[in-house]
Design a protein around this ligand. Sequence first.
Ligand SMILES: [Zn+2]
Length: 616
Amino acid sequence: MICAVNFKKGVPGLIICCKTVAQARSAVENTCCMRHFKITITLLFSFASAAGFAQCNFAPPASPHVLNYSFEPVISQDKLRFRVTLEFKSGGSGKTKLILPSEWAGQKDAYKSVTELIVISPGTTLTETSEPAKREVQSPPNSPVRIAYVLVKDWSGPLDTATRFRADLSPEYFHIIGITSLVHPQLDSFQPVEVHFDWSRLPKEWSLATSFATDERCQSFNGSWHDALNALFVGGDYRIYRSSIAGNALIFAIRGKWSFTDDEWMGKVGKIIEFERTFWHDNSFPYFLVTLTPHGGNSGSSGGTALTNAFMEHLSPQASISLNILDQIAHEEFHSWNPYRIGHMPDPQEPVSWFSEGFTRYYETLMLFRAGLLPFPDYVISFNAKLRDYEMNEGRDVSLAGFVRRHIGDKSAFSGLEYRRGAVIAAWLEATIRDESHGRFSLDDLMFFLVRQNAAYSGNHGKPMLVSNKRIFKAAARYIRRASVHKLRKYVEQGGGIQLPVDSLGSCVQSRIEAIGKFDLGFDRGSITSETKNVVGVRQDSEAYKAGLRDGQQLLGWSIYNGDPTKQVKLTIKTAAGRQEITYYPQGEKISVQQFILNAGEYSLKPQVCSAMIQH
Ligand SMILES: [Zn+2]
């Protein structure tokens, strides 16, 4: 059998059809693996890769909404750069605003990766503007405009959870995102566009996987400009695996060595993706790419980001497929609907990120539980952690307006508040809908309604519906009483304490109020980042002091779960007497938090009954 079809244990319907990079060149195998796919892109030279990488020969753009990009890799002095050529047609005035990458995902000045920007079409000029990420192009009206630039890696140091958003170019591989790498004429987000990508000059042996196709060197996309720009492009030494879910292509691109096998990774990720599509009753994803790339961050750090037809995952090479990682995958996959199939996000997103991020945070663990990847007792533990994370956090009483004002300018201000608050609001809304509808409806019904609403709106208006608080409140009013809608609005707009209905997790789980110490390190956090690593600011009333920590001691090592008062802090310090280990719970002032306690006896007797309510 040319193409191994491998039904993974416990993953009904997920077919892993593995290929090595070398095998991927075979046209026969392409046919085998792709016969079920309904890829929406146009493949102009389906097997150009096997035919020796002829240039793609895309037709010259016939309108300002057609763009041709070509990428020529240049490897020298152990560095990879891309010579990028962009072609488009000018409008009636001949004047075009050219946009360079600027800020995205907290990464500033992304235009620094664009160098040697020039115009190459005759009679065309390029003028700088007062903004570093904007240029003006003057060309003959209604004529082809060609510009070229060299895309470089503009950062040094390790690839980590911040730099992973920038162009990542090395002689072994590349990992780029449209928003931080593509120069383009100014276009409306929802403008239908036709974009062609010519990768024919990539080395023959390199793999290629993008938001639009895998391995094909000539790729085309028809859709909104937003989706074209939010695309992911990887290639080089990535190992490519083609699989499918219910006939739809699911591609994995993996590079690096891991503590788990590629099969283990694909089995777990595939199961989550398949489960979420079943949950949403939506399998309309003809093509989907998941990339896995090692970064140089510490073992606990990881990052996932949803993009067009894709999500990218970065993990440290020591990582295991832990609950945290599964949470992240379930989270990114959930974004395929919230917000992408619920509507378009406002700019800035902060006013509604409690919903897009917070509700996704709530659902990520629920999806794992429902998919059978997380036992119910662990789900309850994780649920309690979400309640603590919000109630015990400094931002609890910050209003939405206050959060938006501070967070837009400084992403570190009240960092993560939208996730924490939104997750608890989702838990409250879930229980309230169930209570007030006497079990007829759940939060799922509200989420499905928002997707249906957007589909109808898009059909009529040719663009997605705005995700706004007004829209969410109005939709919630279909399922909860007016007084509860007021409460919802209050939680969203003012924050503060949120009390959940006592039966939120069903009959085997009781609610009670516990006094838990707020996270308090007990000494100045700056001690860790200082050059001398000398401990300063130890407070005498702190657990750190009680454990023996004193000002002036030198830190040799530390293990701190930031923000989690239930995990011990471990410090290694240098004292006059030598090395010393200090451990303590970083708890300060005690505050009251609602927690849910599973009756273990009842659960062991009837586990199905205990978890039945949240199963559906
Ligand atoms: Zn998210």
